[in-house]
Design a binder for this molecule. Structure first.
Ligand code: DC
Length: 204
């Protein structure tokens, strides 16, 4: 089974993805963390061909064997990951890893290009949206002590970069179901998505 979740930064893909993966017994794959791990490797002075990214069965990300999962969510890597994601060689390398995982396991995979490029044959494709201010509030809430207007500016910068890059820009797949999360609680979004997946796949 392949369920894809795409959408812009801080829209709630991870919370939804984790819940869907638990409900349907799938492996949850956060592809944004792979781009973040590549950015971290480049920061450490490695070349792309010296960078090996793997994910273990608990969803932890290893950079050349080191568990870097807890180092990936910083404002610096927010921006750097979105920059490295514009590079064709980076995308080629990470898309290959993502497809390999999806060939071996039932997955809920989240990112920007999963429904359009990585897994175009997925059974269920979800695209989440919410306005930038709502997303900035959620992000500032997750990262205590972050200033709302700085977060909003950073999200807008990333939105433009993710949407306008030449290769695999952020777009809903033609067959994606769009869920607008603006005035919905996480519980409502999860329940809507579970119903939607059940409708597509039949009860499981
Ligand atoms: O989902 P995230 O915020 O952790 O992603 C970090 C960056 O990685 C995001 O700004 C764009 C890039 N990305 C991408 O281009 N394609 C993906 N499938 C996932 C993330």
């Amino acid at each position: 089974m392949q369920i894809t979740i795409d959408g812009p930064a801080a829209v709630g893909k991870t919370s939804l993805g984790r819940a869907l993966a638990r409900h349907f017994g799938c492996l949850f794959v956060e592809t944004g963390k792979m781009y973040r791990a590549v950015a971290l490797g480049l920061d450490r002075g490695l070349n792309l061909n010296e960078i090996d990214i793997t994910m273990d069965k608990d969803g932890r990300f290893l950079l050349n064997g080191e568990n870097v999962t807890d180092l990936l969510h910083t404002p610096k890597l927010d921006q750097e990951s979105s920059q490295v994601a514009t590079k064709p060689k980076v995308r080629e390398k990470l898309v290959a890893i993502q497809r390999k995982i999806a060939a071996s396991f039932d997955v809920v995979m989240e990112g920007r290009d999963i429904g359009t490029v990585v897994l175009p044959e997925a059974e269920v494709k979800i695209f989440l949206k919410a306005n930038p201010l709502e997303r900035a509030k959620r992000r500032a809430n997750q990262r205590k002590g972050t200033d709302l207007s700085t977060t909003l500016n950073e999200i807008r910068t990333r939105d433009v970069r993710d949407r306008t890059r030449a290769i695999s820009p952020l777009n809903p797949a033609r067959d994606a179901i769009i869920i607008d999360t603006d005035r919905k609680s996480l519980a409502e979004v999860i329940s809507e998505a579970i119903d939607l997946v059940k409708g597509r796949l039949g009860e499981r």
